[in-house]
Design a protein around this ligand. Structure first.
Ligand code: GDP
Ligand code: IMO
Ligand code: MG
Length: 403
């Protein structure tokens, strides 16, 4: 099967957008399968920057892009994104799953309310209604695009959510939702069958996750996670496709680590050192503009990511940024209760982190090769692509990627 699934290896914002954009020219179809507008996938095209939130970042390279059933959609936001993307490509070949759930203003309000109730234990969500939209889906009172065919049904669904949340809504809101819906209606279809046919007919299909492995609702640092399946396993449920269609997996890892929002971060840097790296890497959230927490590369974390996602390949991004630092530290293991631990466990904060130090490649490029060789030998997964800058073409091929 000619498919490749791309996941994030850390806490999100690994540079998936740029890597997916690069890969997409070799794929007929690009598919998003989880998350919502909490995602921000950046691609710098000439002097313009595209921040994909809902549309797959393979938009420019692939003939067709698909938003699959696992995504939760703020329709207004999607309409805006489509309008913006029209300035980059004359024909928009977009397919949206009729089974995808919708994020409404009630979900936005619920997200803010829940964060407020959590108080000091807040997650630091993007406040885009993502958790509540999945909460409605799993609670079996969500709204799917298919429900928009009947105004009465839509009104009934919204009323139920309103009752459950104890948040009122104006009936005029139904009409404004329907107006937005009409703007995307022509793109809506049964994407599961479409993708199944494409794959069976030998088309090349690229699947892209939003977020990163350790904010997966099952495998991440719960409760400081998002509400969807961000790991390789998510691609089957998020598209409705048989697991047998997925055989190759590529993980995108940043050459260091960043995290937005709260939660465990064993290799976090603080103070001036953190400020320097944050500024070199322009580590401010694509979706919310929040400063990202920054830290050293964490090999125990990547070891777990390799296993959880069945990674065949890795793309390592932002080596240009890390190379600006004076010296480079990499976590190689942890210690807990006096024992050495080789693999990150999202439910246990280690007592201590053990580091190795590497020389900067600011003046000597061979030091970068040593860094890359070290990561490959520790993870036993080839690093096939290396991100060397923000621009679209600042990417180096370091190994063969076969499907
Ligand atoms: P994503 O969510 O994984 O797609 O990542 P984001 O787009 O949220 O954040 C990654 C940021 O790093 C964006 O601003 C990208 O333009 C930028 N970026 C991606 N790869 C590289 C790279 O190799 N070098 C540099 N300097 N910037 C990069
Ligand atoms: P991309 O696809 C980084 C984080 C939020 C918060 C937690 C829960 O660009 O890598 P949510 O709004 O999803 O309920 O917030 O998850 N988060 C991300 N962090 N990159 C993302 O997406 C993220 N999407 C959500 O900051 O900590
Ligand atoms: Mg991002």
């Amino acid at each position: 099967m000619d498919t490749l699934t791309v996941v994030g290896c850390q806490f999100g914002d690994e540079g998936k957008g740029k890597v997916i954009d690069y890969l997409s020219k070799d794929f007929d179809v690009s598919v998003r399968f989880n998350g919502g507008e909490n995602a921000g996938h950046t691609v710098v095209v000439g002097d313009k920057t595209i921040k994909y939130h809902l549309v797959p970042a393979g938009f420019l390279g692939s003939k067709t892009v698909v938003i699959a059933n696992g995504v939760v959609i703020n329709i207004k936001k999607l309409v805006e994104e489509i309008e913006f993307l029209k300035t980059f490509k004359s024909s928009i070949n977009l397919k949206i799953s009729e089974m995808a759930h919708v994020v409404t203003e009630l979900h936005f309000k619920r997200d803010s309310y829940l964060e407020q109730v959590r108080g000091a234990g807040h997650i630091g969500t993007t406040l885009k209604g993502i958790g509540p939209a999945y909460e409605s889906k799993f609670g079996r009172y969500g709204i799917r695009l298919v429900d928009f065919r009947d105004r009465k049904k839509l009104l009934g669904n919204l009323s139920l959510i309103s009752k459950i949340y104890q948040i009122p809504f104006d009936e005029k809101y139904v009409d404004s939702l329907l107006e937005d819906y009409q703007m995307i209606e022509r793109y809506i279809s049964d994407t599961r069958s479409y993708l199944e046919n494409e794959i069976e007919n030998g088309k090349r299909v690229l699947f892209e996750t939003a977020q990163g492995t350790f904010i997966d609702v099952e495998s991440g640092t719960y409760p400081f996670v998002t509400s969807s399946y961000t790991t390789s396993g998510g691609v089957t449920v998020g598209t409705g496709l048989s697991p047998r269609y997925f055989s190759k997996f590529l993980g995108v890892a940043k050459a260091y680590t960043t995290r937005v929002g709260e939660g465990m971060f064993p290799t976090e840097m603080f103070g001036q050192e953190a400020d320097v790296l944050r500024n070199f890497g322009n580590e401010f959230g694509t979706t919310t503009g929040r400063p990202r927490r920054v830290g050293h590369l964490d090999i125990p974390m990547l070891r777990r990511a390799v296993k959880l996602n069945s990674l065949d390949y890795i793309a390592l991004t932002k080596v240009d940024v890390l190379g600006k630092m004076d010296s480079i530290k990499v976590a190689v293991s942890y210690e807990s209760n006096g024992s050495e631990i080789k693999e990150f466990d999202p439910s246990r904060v280690p007592d201590k982190v053990n580091y190795e130090t590497f020389k900067s490649w600011r003046d000597d490029a061979s030091n970068l090769q040593k860094y890359i060789d070290f990561i490959q030998s520790e993870l036993k997964v080839p690093i096939v692509l290396i991100g060397t800058g923000e621009k679209r073409d600042a990417i180096k091929v370091n190994g063969r990627l076969a499907l």
